[in-house]
Design a protein around this ligand. Structure first.
Ligand code: VAH
Length: 322
């Protein structure tokens, strides 16, 4: 069975829904520090859910033993922008939470996937086609905790044989699930604002180029890496990319194809410095070579998927004729 922490987040909801479809509803145990409220897009609400704080080591071990878990996907984390606002809590959740899951993976011989991020790179990292192995030096709490995660996961693999796997995610665009306090959230917010008010105050500068990916590519790639035969993996942590775009390019795409009088304003805030420390594009050739990574959505396809998917949410359903 698989345990997914952070299962009610932007990515967790999509991963649990897809895993339950593929592996069987009862074989995917969802957990989160939040409660599964009505309105969340939970495709299989009858599936097992356990309210758990990743800081609670004994409770995590209880879940692993009672549910006979053999894979863990550790999605619990505080993302870049929120982690800068609450550093102490972010260190607890992102570092102690991961260490709990990693130690339990060692003791109970679990396969463990924990996502890293483009946020693990820093201002000195080469920005174009950033390779898997390069200067890291992130200057955000989030990035520091994710480099810690990568290094400790690799150490546990080398020293104790833990089957640890990780992929550095770009910003992820999704229609049905909302982002959780990151710097790339503008790329989702823009569609909701454009469709509600035909305008958007973007918190990043127009030319801020960041690697981005559509959520179904992210979930598909994550499952490919999780299911890959271990002998195919030449490393523990892989870059994973699809395309890169800027707020200005989104603005043009929306006005050209969907809303000609859409009004984009630029009001950069503290997230600009975070975005400026990240790469503009990634080299993910090793993921493509080792475990067959192949994204389906480029920027135009992502924009189309986001606009049509989110527009459907704002189109008032025809009221039933009395
Ligand atoms: C964030 N969406 O912005 C997350 C992600 C690549 C960025 O880690 O913090």
């Amino acid at each position: 069975r698989v345990l997914v922490t952070g299962s009610l987040g932007q990515l967790g909801l999509a991963l649990v829904n897809e895993m339950r479809t593929r592996y069987g509803v009862g074989n995917v145990v969802a957990s989160d520090i939040r409660k599964p409220t009505a309105g969340l897009p939970i495709a299989h609400p009858e599936g097992p859910f356990v309210y758990a704080d990743v800081m609670n080591y004994p409770l995590l071990e209880r879940i692993i033993v009672d549910f006979q878990i053999d894979w863990v996907v550790h999605y619990s984390a505080m993302l870049s922008a929120v982690a800068e606002k609450e550093p102490a809590r972010a260190l607890n959740v992102n570092i102690t939470g991961f260490q709990n899951v990693l130690e339990l993976s060692r003791i109970h011989k679990l396969r463990l996937f924990c996502p890293s991020t483009i946020g693990a790179f820093g201002p000195q990292t080469p920005k174009i086609n950033t390779p898997d192995l390069t200067i890291m030096n992130p200057n955000t709490i989030y990035g520091i905790t994710k480099v810690h995660m990568e290094l400790l996961g690799e150490y546990y693999h080398e020293k104790f044989g833990v089957d640890f796997r990780s992929a550095r995610y770009p910003g992820i665009l999704s229609v049905d699930t909302m982002p959780g306090g990151g710097t790339t959230d503008y790329a989702i917010d823009i569609f909701h604002h454009a469709l509600q008010t035909n305008s958007y105050n973007c918190f990043l500068k127009p030319e801020t180029r960041l690697p981005m990916m559509y959520i179904s590519d992210c979930i598909e790639g994550t499952l490919q890496l999780m299911e890959a035969p271990v002998e195919k993996l030449t490393q523990r942590v892989y870059n994973m990319a699809a395309d890169s775009f800027t707020p200005a390019e989104l603005d043009v795409a929306i006005r050209e194809h969907y809303a000609p009088d859409f009004q984009m304003n630029y009001v950069p805030d503290s997230r600009q410095a975070i975005a400026d420390s990240w790469p503009a594009s990634l080299d993910d050739s090793l993921a493509r070579r080792d475990w067959g990574w192949k994204p389906q959505y480029d920027t135009a396809a992502m924009v189309h998927k986001m606009w049509t998917g989110i527009a459907a949410q704002y189109t008032p359903r025809p009221t039933k004729l009395e």
